[in-house]
Design a protein. Structure first.
Length: 228
Protein backbone atom coordinates (compact mmCIF):
# COMPACT_ATOMS: atom_id res chain seq x y z
CA UNK A 1 0.00 0.00 0.00
CA UNK A 2 1.23 3.46 -0.92
CA UNK A 3 -0.76 6.44 0.36
CA UNK A 4 0.84 8.81 -2.19
CA UNK A 5 -0.04 6.43 -5.02
CA UNK A 6 -3.59 6.26 -3.66
CA UNK A 7 -3.95 9.97 -4.43
CA UNK A 8 -2.18 9.91 -7.79
CA UNK A 9 -3.15 6.71 -9.64
CA UNK A 10 -6.52 8.13 -10.73
CA UNK A 11 -4.83 10.66 -12.99
CA UNK A 12 -3.09 7.94 -15.00
CA UNK A 13 -6.47 7.24 -16.60
CA UNK A 14 -7.00 9.34 -19.73
CA UNK A 15 -10.72 9.48 -18.94
CA UNK A 16 -10.27 10.53 -15.30
CA UNK A 17 -11.94 13.93 -15.84
CA UNK A 18 -15.44 12.73 -16.86
CA UNK A 19 -15.31 9.85 -14.39
CA UNK A 20 -14.49 12.09 -11.44
CA UNK A 21 -16.89 14.81 -12.59
CA UNK A 22 -19.79 12.35 -12.62
CA UNK A 23 -18.77 11.04 -9.20
CA UNK A 24 -18.56 14.61 -7.89
CA UNK A 25 -21.96 15.48 -9.37
CA UNK A 26 -23.62 12.44 -7.81
CA UNK A 27 -21.94 13.16 -4.46
CA UNK A 28 -23.11 16.78 -4.45
CA UNK A 29 -26.65 15.82 -5.49
CA UNK A 30 -26.73 13.19 -2.74
CA UNK A 31 -25.75 15.73 -0.09
CA UNK A 32 -28.36 18.33 -1.02
CA UNK A 33 -31.15 15.73 -1.41
CA UNK A 34 -30.35 13.79 1.76
CA UNK A 35 -33.29 15.30 3.70
CA UNK A 36 -35.63 13.85 1.03
CA UNK A 37 -33.94 10.42 1.31
CA UNK A 38 -33.27 10.50 -2.44
CA UNK A 39 -29.65 11.12 -1.56
CA UNK A 40 -29.31 7.53 -0.37
CA UNK A 41 -29.75 6.35 -3.96
CA UNK A 42 -26.75 8.45 -4.94
CA UNK A 43 -24.73 7.11 -2.02
CA UNK A 44 -25.61 3.56 -3.07
CA UNK A 45 -24.46 4.34 -6.63
CA UNK A 46 -21.13 5.71 -5.33
CA UNK A 47 -20.59 2.67 -3.12
CA UNK A 48 -21.41 0.38 -6.04
CA UNK A 49 -18.89 2.31 -8.12
CA UNK A 50 -16.30 1.79 -5.40
CA UNK A 51 -17.03 -1.94 -5.29
CA UNK A 52 -16.37 -2.15 -9.04
CA UNK A 53 -13.18 -0.11 -8.60
CA UNK A 54 -11.91 -2.45 -5.89
CA UNK A 55 -12.63 -5.46 -8.09
CA UNK A 56 -10.73 -3.87 -11.00
CA UNK A 57 -7.77 -3.14 -8.73
CA UNK A 58 -7.80 -6.68 -7.38
CA UNK A 59 -7.81 -8.04 -10.93
CA UNK A 60 -4.92 -5.77 -11.97
CA UNK A 61 -6.69 -3.64 -14.57
CA UNK A 62 -4.31 -1.01 -16.01
CA UNK A 63 -7.06 1.64 -15.74
CA UNK A 64 -9.10 0.48 -12.75
CA UNK A 65 -11.33 3.55 -12.47
CA UNK A 66 -14.69 2.27 -13.83
CA UNK A 67 -16.85 4.07 -16.35
CA UNK A 68 -20.18 5.38 -15.22
CA UNK A 69 -22.57 2.96 -16.90
CA UNK A 70 -24.98 0.23 -15.77
CA UNK A 71 -26.28 2.51 -13.04
CA UNK A 72 -28.87 0.03 -11.80
CA UNK A 73 -26.15 -2.58 -11.14
CA UNK A 74 -24.07 -0.06 -9.24
CA UNK A 75 -27.06 1.03 -7.14
CA UNK A 76 -28.01 -2.57 -6.38
CA UNK A 77 -24.52 -3.60 -5.28
CA UNK A 78 -23.99 -0.34 -3.44
CA UNK A 79 -27.28 -0.75 -1.57
CA UNK A 80 -25.94 -3.98 -0.08
CA UNK A 81 -22.82 -2.15 1.09
CA UNK A 82 -24.93 0.70 2.48
CA UNK A 83 -27.02 -1.80 4.45
CA UNK A 84 -23.83 -3.30 5.90
CA UNK A 85 -22.54 0.18 6.81
CA UNK A 86 -25.80 0.90 8.67
CA UNK A 87 -25.58 -2.38 10.60
CA UNK A 88 -21.95 -1.74 11.54
CA UNK A 89 -22.83 1.76 12.76
CA UNK A 90 -25.89 0.85 14.85
CA UNK A 91 -23.83 0.79 18.08
CA UNK A 92 -22.78 4.37 17.27
CA UNK A 93 -26.36 5.54 16.80
CA UNK A 94 -27.93 3.93 19.86
CA UNK A 95 -26.13 5.80 22.69
CA UNK A 96 -26.22 9.09 20.81
CA UNK A 97 -29.97 8.76 20.14
CA UNK A 98 -30.64 7.79 23.74
CA UNK A 99 -28.69 10.77 25.03
CA UNK A 100 -30.35 13.15 22.56
CA UNK A 101 -33.88 11.98 23.34
CA UNK A 102 -33.48 11.96 27.11
CA UNK A 103 -31.18 14.94 27.66
CA UNK A 104 -34.14 17.24 28.30
CA UNK A 105 -35.17 15.10 31.27
CA UNK A 106 -31.91 15.50 33.17
CA UNK A 107 -31.74 19.29 33.30
CA UNK A 108 -28.58 21.21 34.17
CA UNK A 109 -28.26 20.01 37.76
CA UNK A 110 -26.36 17.18 39.40
CA UNK A 111 -28.10 14.40 37.44
CA UNK A 112 -27.52 16.13 34.13
CA UNK A 113 -23.84 16.66 34.89
CA UNK A 114 -23.45 13.04 36.02
CA UNK A 115 -25.03 11.72 32.81
CA UNK A 116 -22.81 14.00 30.73
CA UNK A 117 -19.65 12.89 32.54
CA UNK A 118 -20.65 9.23 32.24
CA UNK A 119 -21.22 9.62 28.49
CA UNK A 120 -17.92 11.46 27.98
CA UNK A 121 -15.73 9.23 30.16
CA UNK A 122 -17.31 5.82 29.58
CA UNK A 123 -19.36 5.64 26.39
CA UNK A 124 -17.16 7.73 24.10
CA UNK A 125 -14.02 5.60 24.69
CA UNK A 126 -16.08 2.45 24.10
CA UNK A 127 -17.46 3.90 20.86
CA UNK A 128 -13.92 4.83 19.77
CA UNK A 129 -12.61 1.32 20.49
CA UNK A 130 -15.58 -0.22 18.70
CA UNK A 131 -14.91 1.85 15.57
CA UNK A 132 -11.19 1.10 15.60
CA UNK A 133 -12.09 -2.60 15.51
CA UNK A 134 -14.95 -2.52 13.02
CA UNK A 135 -13.47 0.06 10.64
CA UNK A 136 -10.96 -2.40 9.08
CA UNK A 137 -13.51 -5.25 9.34
CA UNK A 138 -15.90 -3.32 7.11
CA UNK A 139 -13.09 -2.59 4.64
CA UNK A 140 -12.06 -6.25 4.46
CA UNK A 141 -15.70 -7.25 4.03
CA UNK A 142 -16.06 -4.77 1.19
CA UNK A 143 -12.96 -6.13 -0.52
CA UNK A 144 -14.32 -9.66 -0.29
CA UNK A 145 -17.75 -8.56 -1.45
CA UNK A 146 -16.21 -6.92 -4.54
CA UNK A 147 -14.87 -10.30 -5.61
CA UNK A 148 -17.47 -12.74 -4.27
CA UNK A 149 -20.64 -10.61 -4.67
CA UNK A 150 -22.00 -12.16 -1.47
CA UNK A 151 -23.36 -9.68 1.08
CA UNK A 152 -22.95 -12.33 3.77
CA UNK A 153 -19.18 -11.72 3.88
CA UNK A 154 -19.82 -8.47 5.77
CA UNK A 155 -21.39 -10.39 8.65
CA UNK A 156 -18.76 -13.09 9.12
CA UNK A 157 -17.61 -11.08 12.11
CA UNK A 158 -15.44 -13.76 13.72
CA UNK A 159 -13.55 -14.53 10.53
CA UNK A 160 -13.07 -10.86 9.65
CA UNK A 161 -11.77 -10.00 13.11
CA UNK A 162 -9.45 -13.00 13.43
CA UNK A 163 -8.05 -12.47 9.92
CA UNK A 164 -7.23 -8.83 10.60
CA UNK A 165 -5.84 -9.64 14.05
CA UNK A 166 -3.47 -12.23 12.58
CA UNK A 167 -2.28 -9.67 10.02
CA UNK A 168 -1.78 -6.62 12.21
CA UNK A 169 1.40 -5.89 10.27
CA UNK A 170 -0.90 -5.08 7.32
CA UNK A 171 -3.95 -3.76 9.19
CA UNK A 172 -2.13 -1.10 11.25
CA UNK A 173 -0.36 0.58 8.29
CA UNK A 174 -3.66 0.54 6.39
CA UNK A 175 -5.37 2.30 9.32
CA UNK A 176 -2.63 4.95 9.44
CA UNK A 177 -2.78 5.55 5.67
CA UNK A 178 -6.57 5.75 5.79
CA UNK A 179 -6.41 8.26 8.64
CA UNK A 180 -3.97 10.40 6.65
CA UNK A 181 -6.25 10.23 3.61
CA UNK A 182 -9.25 11.23 5.72
CA UNK A 183 -7.42 14.25 7.14
CA UNK A 184 -6.49 15.47 3.65
CA UNK A 185 -10.01 14.82 2.37
CA UNK A 186 -11.40 16.64 5.41
CA UNK A 187 -9.50 19.80 4.45
CA UNK A 188 -10.78 19.51 0.88
CA UNK A 189 -14.32 18.87 2.07
CA UNK A 190 -14.20 22.01 4.22
CA UNK A 191 -14.27 24.12 1.04
CA UNK A 192 -17.92 25.19 0.62
CA UNK A 193 -19.81 23.65 -2.32
CA UNK A 194 -16.78 22.67 -4.42
CA UNK A 195 -15.20 20.68 -1.63
CA UNK A 196 -18.49 18.94 -0.83
CA UNK A 197 -18.42 17.42 -4.32
CA UNK A 198 -14.69 16.92 -4.85
CA UNK A 199 -13.85 15.30 -1.51
CA UNK A 200 -16.32 12.39 -1.84
CA UNK A 201 -15.35 11.80 -5.47
CA UNK A 202 -11.66 11.61 -4.58
CA UNK A 203 -12.50 9.66 -1.44
CA UNK A 204 -14.17 6.90 -3.43
CA UNK A 205 -11.01 6.47 -5.53
CA UNK A 206 -8.54 6.83 -2.65
CA UNK A 207 -10.31 4.54 -0.21
CA UNK A 208 -10.98 2.07 -3.00
CA UNK A 209 -7.24 1.86 -3.67
CA UNK A 210 -6.34 1.47 0.01
CA UNK A 211 -9.05 -1.14 0.57
CA UNK A 212 -7.93 -3.15 -2.46
CA UNK A 213 -4.37 -2.99 -1.13
CA UNK A 214 -5.45 -4.19 2.32
CA UNK A 215 -7.42 -7.11 0.89
CA UNK A 216 -4.70 -8.09 -1.59
CA UNK A 217 -1.99 -8.21 1.07
CA UNK A 218 -4.21 -10.19 3.46
CA UNK A 219 -6.05 -12.56 1.11
CA UNK A 220 -3.00 -13.50 -0.91
CA UNK A 221 -1.44 -14.89 2.23
CA UNK A 222 -4.33 -17.08 3.43
CA UNK A 223 -6.25 -20.06 2.17
CA UNK A 224 -6.76 -20.46 -1.58
CA UNK A 225 -10.43 -20.96 -0.81
CA UNK A 226 -10.82 -17.19 -0.79
CA UNK A 227 -9.12 -16.68 -4.14
CA UNK A 228 -11.24 -16.42 -7.25
Amino acid sequence: MDVVRAFMYTFDDQEWTPKLLISAGIAFASIITMPLLIGFVGIAALLGYQVELIRNLREGHPTPLPRWDRYSDKIQRGANVLAAVVVYNLPNFIPVCCLATTSGLWGDGFIGSTVGIFFTCCLLPLILIYNLITWPMLALGMGRYAVENNVGVFFQFGDLFSTLYRRLNVTLPWAVYTLIANIVLGFIGAIPCLGWAVAPALGIAIHGYLTAGLVSEIEDGISPKRKR
